[in-house]
Design a binder for this molecule. Structure first.
Ligand code: GRF
Length: 208
């Protein structure tokens, strides 16, 4: 069983997709051990409780220094013998000590086709604002491993989504969630849990 920690900051619809996929058997060989939020008001925490997973509040604001927070996060993951860290709308920069300890064992969902519309400051609705401002006809979502850069790690899965005339950032965000994010994030977890994902430098191969 792959032991998952899901890190969240907001509504938690991607967390919900993971929980639903485990329930119906679309993700096998994986269990959610803990859900960690930096935001007390995150609805994701309610979802975790309803599902019956441990939910933890761990905010940099509650620590004297960032280093103390970083160490606490690392310790929390290690204590629970976490195998895979899933960033599902987590708005905190993952500390280098965690990235080092969990090399190629942290994944993130990003709401665009990387390398478009990603990097520092490109999160949430900003991503879709930028895509619409550039006038792209196709956007989508990416699941990637997390390295020390911002959205620079090896790409695992991508799913394109058509942009439609008249889209607002909110409309495009919703379509990308429904048609891409909620599908490829659970799928990536299932593939990893079943040993089908292999990383060689920046290239990921997936067993058929
Ligand atoms: C998603 O758009 C995800 O791609 C991004 O943050 C958003 C989180 O949404 N990283 P939710 O909390 O899963 O509903």
């Amino acid at each position: 069983m792959l032991r998952l920690a899901v890190l969240v900051s907001g509504g938690g619809t991607n967390l919900q997709a993971i929980m639903d996929s485990i329930k119906v058997g679309a993700i096998t060989n994986a269990e959610i051990v803990t859900v960690i939020s930096n935001n007390k008001g995150a609805y994701a925490l309610e979802r975790a409780k309803a599902y019956g997973a441990e939910s933890l509040l761990l905010s940099p604001k509650d620590f004297n220094t960032r280093e103390e927070f970083n160490q606490k996060l690392l310790e929390t993951l290690k204590e629970r013998e976490i195998d895979l860290v899933v960033l599902a709308g987590y708005l905190v920069v993952v500390p280098p000590c965690v990235i080092k300890e969990y090399e190629n064992r942290i994944i993130n969902i990003h709401p665009s086709l990387i390398p478009s519309f990603c990097g520092t400051g490109c999160y949430g609705l900003h991503v879709h604002e930028k895509a619409l401002a550039r006038g792209v006809k196709v956007s989508g979502a990416t699941v990637h491993f997390v390295d020390e850069g911002t959205d620079t790690g090896p790409i695992i899965l991508q799913q394109p989504v058509m942009v439609r005339q008249g889209d607002t950032p909110e409309i495009l965000q919703k379509r990308i969630m429904e048609q891409a994010e909620w599908i490829i994030l659970p799928k990536a977890i299932d593939l990893i849990a079943n040993g089908k994902v292999h990383v060689d430098g920046r290239t990921v191969t997936i067993d058929e």
